[in-house]
Design a protein around this ligand. Sequence first.
Ligand code: NAP
Length: 268
Amino acid sequence: MTDTDGLSGMTVVVTGGARGVGLGITAAFRAAGAEVVACARREPESLPEGVRFERVDVRDADAVEDFIGGIPDLDVLVNNAGGTPYLPVGESDVRRHAKVIELNLIAPLIVSRAANRVLQRRPRGGSIIMIGSVSGHRPSPGTAAYAAAKAGLENLTVSLAVEWAPKVRVNAVRVGMVRTEAAAAHYGDASGAAAVARTVPLGRLADPADVGAACVFLASPAAAYVSGAALPLHGGGERPAYLDAAATATAGGAPPDRRDDAWREDDA
Ligand SMILES: NC(=O)c1ccc[n+]([C@@H]2O[C@H](COP(=O)([O-])OP(=O)(O)OC[C@H]3O[C@@H](n4cnc5c(N)ncnc54)[C@H](OP(=O)(O)O)[C@@H]3O)[C@@H](O)[C@H]2O)c1
């Protein structure tokens, strides 16, 4: 990325910008010439050069007000902090599910609200980017509260894009599987991750840098007319499971012949 992306001199806040996907976002904005403030609950051991760090729990509305209110030159907010452990709804304490929803839906609302107050006062406005997930668009057994929160986050995105226009653009990145330090917890060891990668049409999991590049685009002048959008970033998505199940169940493993009596050859 270069200054031609129009981000040079801009100030960007990345929640959870100290590791995993967030670190990829932080690094991409730094490479594009922006000033970056990353926040998380724990101080990281290292960060890309020039990145400022603040300890903030994004679920704490008062702390968030102080943090964001102290950045009057804010241009871009990326709501990245989020995630979930494996948590089947029937098997765990209901308060843990509420906490997952708090982190993945309520906290982005809290931080966005604080950021909007600052951005509305900026002569050139600004932009807010939500880090969503493909989980919000499909059944997610074991992470149902997380998926429901991510679905809600996309609806929050479209509503805020209308409420806060024209000064502030609000968009989401609908992220698929990402190769992070913590990926093993979700996708297994190296061979598990490789097997999972083979299910992705583009043949690999995303890198945090891929998510960073999408965020830089959405924050840049190139996306000046993009608001209320959710950008899928999943390497082509998920091949429907029934296709493989049908092929496996059919003799010889060939795909089933889907022609039926209602479909005449000359319709094709
Ligand atoms: N990894 C994937 O495959 C994947 C796929 C789709 C979407 N995503 C999304 O990408 C985002 C980042 O995921 P990740 O895998 O990079 O997660 P991660 O490795 O667990 O990193 C999460 C970051 O958020 C911070 N954080 C967590 N709770 C916080 C809180 N209450 N207040 C402030 N900061 C907090 C963490 O730092 P502290 O713990 O020190 O606070 C950390 O820096 C999430 O929104 C996730 O839903 C990830």
